[in-house]
Design a protein around this ligand. Structure first.
Ligand code: ATP
Ligand code: MG
Length: 231
């Protein structure tokens, strides 16, 4: 029996196509709505994870050792930010830390560096395929000559590097050219285009620079170089 009390099998021969369409539609509407509701569920899970991660990040920042520029250990920033990133990534992506030994100090605001790392990690997680890892690495480095970076030229000298690497979708050259522009985003849902503009601001205020290596389909490495304080 169909809606309005009309029996489809009682329709005349010429109406068979209508009969077929009528029996096809409910099944497929059901499949479609099932697919949509699963997507809505996933979006809600993602929104929940983001909210939890941001609450955790706010706690981290509130408890941060300093809110004014001071001698900061980037290993401490990476260690403090990792739980919020892992919460955001869920069990889809693993956040790995590779912390350099005898790492020098940098002059920066602990909370702002935490936010910068969170923004870099957030993008890396979003770009990453299921089951992959995002690696956060720190190390000392020395530039023997002036080095051009994406954000500014850095003079020769000693630096500490904070690197975020993913094996995600990578960026085409036109995206790389605009990635630090405020309000530039390729994300159709929820991207404000402010994450990397914030990172660039924080790094520039510390007199640092940012290097980007990205290949479409292979992944992205973003290196933040900050001047190392003399011991
Ligand atoms: N690791 C990455 N892999 C691939 N694309 C990236 C990566 N990081 C940044 N991008 C690209 O750079 C664009 C700008 O990044 P940005 O963080 O400024 O904004 P957003 O992530 O789109 O939005 P928001 O950070 O404000 O939520 C992104 O939309 C994306 O296209
Ligand atoms: Mg972002």
């Amino acid at each position: 029996m169909q809606p309005n009390g009309c029996r489809l099998d009682a329709l005349p021969q010429g109406c068979k196509p209508i009969q077929r369409v009528c029996s096809y539609v409910p099944q497929h509407v059901e499949k479609l709505t099932f697919g949509v509701s699963r997507r809505v569920q996933r979006l809600e899970q993602a929104r929940f994870a983001t909210r939890q991660a941001s609450t955790q990040l706010q706690h981290l920042l509130r408890d941060a050792p300093s809110t004014t520029p001071a001698a900061i250990d980037l290993n401490a920033v990476a260690t403090a930010t990792r739980p919020a990133l892992q919460r955001l990534a869920g069990d889809r992506v693993t956040i790995q830390l590779d912390l350099g030994r005898d790492l020098g100090f940098v002059r920066a605001d602990f909370a702002e560096l935490g936010i910068a790392l969170f923004n870099l990690g957030h993008d890396a997680i979003e770009a990453s395929p299921d089951g992959s890892s995002v690696r956060v690495r720190t190390r000392n480095c020395t530039l023997t000559a002036t080095c051009a970076t994406t954000t500014r030229a850095l003079p020769a000298g000693d630096y500490v590097v904070l690197e975020v690497r993913d094996a995600g979708r990578g960026m085409a050259p036109d995206v790389q050219a605009r990635m630090f522009d405020p309000f530039f985003s390729t994300k159709r849902h929820g991207g404000h285009g402010l994450g990397l503009a914030t990172v660039a601001r924080v790094v520039t205020e510390c007199r640092g620079g940012i290097r980007v290596h990205s290949t479409l389909g292979e992944g992205t490495t973003i290196e933040v170089l900050l001047p190392r304080l003399a011991e």
